[in-house]
Design a protein around this ligand. Structure first.
Ligand SMILES: *[C@@H]1O[C@H](CO)[C@@H](O)[C@H](O)[C@H]1NC(C)=O
Ligand SMILES: *[C@@H]1O[C@H](CO)[C@@H](O)[C@H](O)[C@H]1NC(C)=O
Ligand SMILES: *[C@@H]1O[C@H](CO)[C@@H](O)[C@H](O)[C@H]1NC(C)=O
Ligand SMILES: [Ca+2]
Ligand SMILES: [Ca+2]
Length: 305
């Protein structure tokens, strides 16, 4: 009887956070579970070049789907069906086999290519709506499908996030991660949320010091517009007329209310009148405004209770 009580006690308190996706069959809300393959899937309708689509899947804890079973194809049909306007093709992971070319090669627009795409001379794998695998030039922009087996879906029990690169700072009581991809502010906001976290909000001098440490100990994010800025969870509305610009956190607090308002020198400068999204400057750990549509590294935060 006593043993049983300990078990119940422990299941409530020792593991306050949820069990892993392999047990719950629950992953990020933007992924759907397939019982037959015991895997999670996401169809990205935002068209991208092949190289970046793989990076996006990896940041989400997944891989470009390599269609290996009929069940994968059934899953694909189901997801594609919701988007009749999406076109015929989506990127999938390379299965190492030769496939027919999907189309006659178009005239190459070299300005649209980056170096990683140019290295891919043989073409990259696409799947058609019918489920056939063909190849296409890697610099095309296409939708794509990410997949992760339930046993591989990352979940950090201590931080209670669907990610594996979070670091806990005991001084603050929060976990932080810098995903290895540059995103616009809205994309960064959505990615942190999908991981079960939020874009970082500085609430104290202590947290400012922790983030200064984090940004100076993590490797640079490849492809970021500038490696020394990281999007954070505050921004301002574009003012109407001569109204003053007020920066607020994603929790609707002013910076003063949130607990940290240390701007970097000469910031916010609203460069070219287009900087309404918040960031943290690696050199001093302080605040700077940036253009929301530009792609920078970003920091996700999850409080540990
Ligand atoms: C970050 O914190 C770690 C652990 O306390 C420390 O060893 C390291 O020197 C710090 N680095 C910076 C750049 O603050
Ligand atoms: C801002 O504009 C309003 C009307 O548009 C005007 O009444 C007010 O004086 C202006 N304030 C400043 C500080 O220019
Ligand atoms: C956000 O804050 C403003 C000003 O304090 C307040 O008027 C508004 O109702 C708040 N919005 C929400 C959704 O709480
Ligand atoms: Ca915080
Ligand atoms: Ca600025």
């Amino acid at each position: 009887m006593w043993k049983f009580d300990v078990l119940v006690f422990c299941s409530l308190l020792c593991y306050a956070a949820a069990p892993p996706p392999s047990e719950t069959h629950h992953y990020r809300t933007d992924y759907e579970y397939n019982r037959r393959t015991n895997a999670f899937y996401k169809l990205h309708i935002d068209a991208m070049r092949y190289g970046r689509s793989g990076d996006v899947c990896r940041v989400e804890g997944a891989q470009l789907m390599v269609p290996s079973t009929d069940e994968d194809i059934v899953q694909l049909h189901g997801m594609f069906k919701n988007y009749p306007d999406l076109g015929e093709y989506a990127w999938v992971g390379n299965d190492g086999q030769d496939h027919e070319s999907a189309e006659a090669s178009p005239i190459i627009d070299w300005s649209m290519m980056d170096s990683s795409d140019m290295l891919q001379t043989t073409g990259c794998d696409v799947v058609t709506r019918k489920g056939e695998v063909e190849t296409m030039p890697c610099y095309q922009r296409l939708p794509f499908i990410c997949k992760v087996d339930a046993k591989d879906a990352p979940y950090d029990r201590h931080c209670d996030v669907y990610g594996k690169d979070y670091r806990y700072y005991q001084s603050v009581g929060s976990c932080y991660a810098i995903p290895k991809i540059p995103y616009s502010w809205p994309e960064a906001y959505a990615e942190c949320a999908a991981q079960g976290a939020h874009l970082v909000v500085l609430n104290s001098q202590t947290e400012h010091v922790a983030i200064y440490n984090l940004t100076n100990t993590e490797p640079a994010v490849p492809g970021a517009r500038a490696f020394y800025f990281f999007f954070a969870g505050y921004r301002a509305e574009v003012p109407v007329g001569n109204a003053t610009v007020v920066f607020k956190t994603i929790f609707n607090q002013t910076l003063d209310e949130a607990g940290y308002n240390g701007w970097s020198e000469n910031e916010p400068n609203n460069a070219q009148g287009r900087e309404y999204c918040g960031s943290i400057f690696k050199n001093d750990g302080k605040l700077n405004d940036l253009e929301c549509a530009h792609e920078f590294g970003f920091i996700c935060e999850k409080e540990v209770h």
